[in-house]
Design a protein around this ligand. Structure first.
Ligand code: FAD
Length: 306
């Protein structure tokens, strides 16, 4: 059998026009802070286009998110983006957080509604004086300053949405309100994502839509996240991790192979914006970025601020 021709992505070099962003979550303990910071130090020299820090719904991580962002600003050259949710908060409270971000030098907000206060699957009740959804939040942020605004997008639709068309309509409302980028929920089937982007473009939405990529550090954990998020987990993915429960080294190799395969295929399909859910771990994301041709660029982490 003749060898299959190598596809262009197999020759990716450092000149490739990729825009890779990375997401972290605010640590709860000193130990988790150590892990996060080691990961930031490892990944920062790859010069991601931005790094984002998540926000607990209802402001539950408000201080920790802020602290993490301030540390990134103080100790690295990275461009930070702050996630912000509007669930269980008044407009005044949310606006105060937006202003504080602007004053701290953070000019990119990932604007989200947040999950219902009663948990995923319960009915969403907007705060009586709050923003009702992410589209209203985007409009509110737009009024407060010249921020880049990213919003969430769902290739397999949001669990509360009646259908993909309604979900895309909601994305359109967020874009019409001023969103500049979209980042998707994670997914494992690139055909699904490509079909989704076609529908998004057909709806007249022209902002960049970065596929959210989650390296599978732990299959059971990702399967749980996926169930909550309404993301499908293909049978082949489960099969690849079968029997590796007590074999972390092989699991890690398989996880790297799965993610590399997914991102190289996305690039072959012409998608050059990628958003990695790092889970605050550098190893797999670093390896995948290396495969993509990204190399450290002397963007070092500054001496820790006193
Ligand atoms: P919206 O865009 O307001 O709505 C979500 C969906 O609900 C819509 O797509 C639509 O289908 C449906 N819907 C809502 N209102 C209406 C309406 N009036 N009419 C019809 N349909 C409607 N959560 C956190 O708590 N913190 C984070 O930091 C965080 N970061 C995230 C980052 C990314 C990239 C993604 C994809 C999700 C993130 N989430 C985060 C989860 C997010 O908060 C939840 O998915 C939440 O349930 C919906 O938020 P949204 O901004 O997509 O909401």
């Amino acid at each position: 059998m003749a060898p299959q021709a190598l596809r262009p992505s197999r020759f990716l070099g450092s000149e490739t026009n990729l825009r890779v962003s990375m997401e972290f979550f605010p640590p709860k303990t000193d130990e988790m802070e150590e892990t996060l910071w080691r990961s930031v130090e490892r990944l920062a020299p790859l010069s991601p286009s931005f790094v984002s820090v998540t926000y607990g719904a209802g402001g539950s991580t408000r201080e920790r998110t802020h602290h993490t962002l301030k540390r990134i600003l103080a100790e690295t050259d990275l461009k930070p983006a702050a996630h912000l949710t509007c669930v269980a908060a008044s407009r005044d409270d949310v606006d105060a957080v937006v202003r504080a971000y602007g004053e701290a030098g953070i000019h990119h907000i990932v604007a989200l509604r947040g999950d219902p206060a009663g948990g995923v699957g319960t009915r969403y009740e907007p705060h009586p004086q709050g923003y009702a959804n992410a589209a209203e939040l985007v409009a509110g942020i737009r009024r407060l300053g010249d921020f880049e605004i990213s919003v969430a997008a769902y290739p397999e639709k949001h669990p509360e949405s009646p259908g993909v068309a309604a979900d895309i309509e909601m994305l359109k409302r967020k874009v019409d309100a001023g969103a500049t980028h979209a980042i998707t929920q994670f997914f494992f089937d690139n055909d699904l994502f490509e079909a989704y982007v076609e529908k998004v473009r057909a709806a007249g939405i022209d902002i960049p839509v970065a596929p959210g990529i989650v390296p599978v550090h732990s299959f059971p954990l990702i399967a749980r996240f996926a169930e909550k998020a309404g993301a499908s987990v293909p049978r082949w993915l489960a099969q690849r991790f079968e029997g590796l429960e007590n074999d972390p080294a092989t699991r890690q190799l398989v996880a790297a192979a799965v993610a590399a395969e997914q991102v190289l295929d996305l690039i072959d399909r012409g998608f050059t914006d990628l958003h990695f859910y790092t889970m605050n771990r550098a190893d797999l994301v670093y390896a995948i970025c290396h495969l993509l041709g990204m190399r450290p660029k002397g963007r070092e982490v500054k001496e820790a601020a006193a």
